[in-house]
Design a protein around this ligand. Structure first.
Ligand code: ACO
Length: 441
């Protein structure tokens, strides 16, 4: 192969240490691309082309494994070290010392609230928990066995028709109102999805109760005058909401941002996020973990199950993560909570043994597969009497402030554009259409 002589560098950046020099071996031409924040701009590659005609060079990145789609100041993750911070605060401290509505404020506003700000925020959320009566009729129309996540996705999307003013996304006050509405109403919609599946009447919000206690009331209240939730349950669920509140550019947040980039209203964007979260590779994994543990059934069946995973027959649900190549810090907190909640639980014992065997097995070690947030969360939810179909609904309620904080960042970010990836076309070209009468003759 003959060596192609290098030609002049085409400068897209001052030739400096903060640049990347790439040489196109097809033409021998070199290019300097600016490096900012340890990234190059994919658009800068567009100038690299074979001739004057034809498309410029692009990157091919299914699943965005190495592509940053935005700048964000909401959540920081170091996947190698197992660090998670919201607005700079470690998740461990927030889980121990804060509460969900304060964390929601932090994610959306960027700072912790003063006393007056906190009181006003909690008041606003509390007084937006009711939904229009037609939302109730709409939800009653689902089939008796409708999955609560499907109901949640549809009903959040339907809110866009109840609040047409939400389309005015360029008005800060209006955005604030819609975010308050959504955080306030998600527990109402989630609880009603649950009650529908149980064939029980819908329970209206009780604004005397805290955010989480009110959610439990809407889920479990029957004929009593006032529902009094177990305080330990209220606290545990509040912590679980905090742990799920944001996780930077995960699949559902990417869905919210992608749909939000069209400048649609936030209810439509969040409905897309709920849909993405529903999938078993994302938030739906908590439901899948519980079903997997039940199927394994006993500790003695674990080796055979692990062999099946290694042979590629199935996945060990609740293990692995795109970003964490270490223990997911949320799983650490939930695992500890499991120890506090259960004395003896056969499924927990299977989960712990499964984790132990997997973490010592070369297949999982080599691929850096550790338990993620969903490995233990289903066990806690089950202990609180939630059926598996509800697990991802709980995740969605917790994630709502994160979706909204990311959506808010998106709509204020001047660098953002409508999300529209490229493709590598692999299909036919310029075929001559043959009418059906001739093809079928
Ligand atoms: N069980 C067995 N093998 C696995 C698992 C698993 N849970 N996860 C990844 N692997 C293997 C893959 O087969 C692949 O092996 P290979 O290199 O031999 O082909 C390797 O590990 C790398 O995995 P990828 O699929 O390339 O990793 P990716 O980042 O694309 O996927 C994901 C991440 C989707 C989370 C994956 O680990 C998975 O499917 N896990 C199970 C589902 C799950 O628990 N999802 C919840 C994630 S947390 C959340 O969303 C809230």
């Amino acid at each position: 192969m003959t060596d192609v002589p290098a030609t002049d560098v085409q400068a897209t950046a001052e030739t400096s240490t903060d640049s990347l020099t790439v040489r196109d071996n097809r033409t021998g031409q070199s290019y300097d691309l600016a490096i900012t924040d340890n990234t190059i701009k994919a658009a800068d590659l567009g100038q690299i082309r074979l001739g004057d005609e034809g498309p410029g060079l692009a990157t091919y990145d299914p699943g965005f494994v190495n592509t940053a789609s935005c700048r964000s100041a909401v959540t920081y993750i170091d996947g190698e070290k197992g660090i998670l911070e919201y607005r700079g605060y470690p998740i461990e401290q927030l889980a121990e010392k804060s509460n969900f509505l304060e964390v929601a404020y932090l994610l959306i506003h960027g700072t912790l609230p003063s006393k007056a700000e906190y009181d006003s925020w909690v008041h606003e959320i509390t007084y937006h928990t009711f939904v229009h009566e037609n939302v109730k009729s709409f939800m009653e129309g689902f089939r008796y066995d409708a999955h609560p996540m499907g109901m949640l996705m549809a009903s959040v999307g339907a809110l866009s028709t109840f609040y047409p003013d939400a389309r005015n996304i360029h008005d800060a006050e209006n955005r604030h109102l819609q975010m308050v509405r959504m955080i306030a109403k998600m527990p109402t919609l989630g609880a009603w999805s649950f009650r529908h599946a149980q064939g029980k009447p819908f329970v209206y919000p009780d604004n005397d109760l805290s955010y989480t206690a009110n959610f439990l009331s809407m889920l479990f209240k029957m004929s009593e005058q006032k529902f009094e939730a177990d305080e330990r349950l209220v606290k545990a669920l509040d912590v679980l909401f905090i742990l799920h509140a944001d996780h930077e550019q995960n699949a559902s947040t990417n869905a919210v941002r992608s749909v939000g980039s069209t400048q649609v209203d936030p209810y439509s964007a969040v409905a897309a996020g709920v849909g993405a979260l529903f999938g078993p590779l994302h938030g739906g994994a908590n439901e899948a973990v519980l079903r997997m543990l039940r199927r394994i059934g006993s500790k003695s069946e674990i080796p055979a199950f692990i062999e099946g995973v290694k042979n590629g027959n199935e996945k060990l649900m609740g293990f692995g993560h795109r970003v964490y190549k270490n223990y997911d810090p949320r799983a650490t907190i939930i695992k500890k909570a499991c120890d506090d909640v259960f004395e003896v639980n056969p499924l927990l014992e299977i989960a712990q043994e499964l984790e132990k065997i997997a973490l010592e097995d070369e297949y999982f070690v080599k691929r850096k597969l550790y338990p993620n947030v969903d490995f233990y969360s289903g066990l806690i939810y089950e202990a609180f009497q939630f059926p598996p179909e509800m697990f991802t609904v709980l995740f969605a309620i917790g994630r709502t402030p994160g979706w909204l904080a990311q959506w808010l960042e998106l709509v204020q970010d001047k660098e953002q554009k409508i999300a529209r990836p490229k493709q590598i076309y692999t299909g036919d070209r310029t075929l001559d259409f043959v009418p059906a009468s001739e093809r079928w003759a």
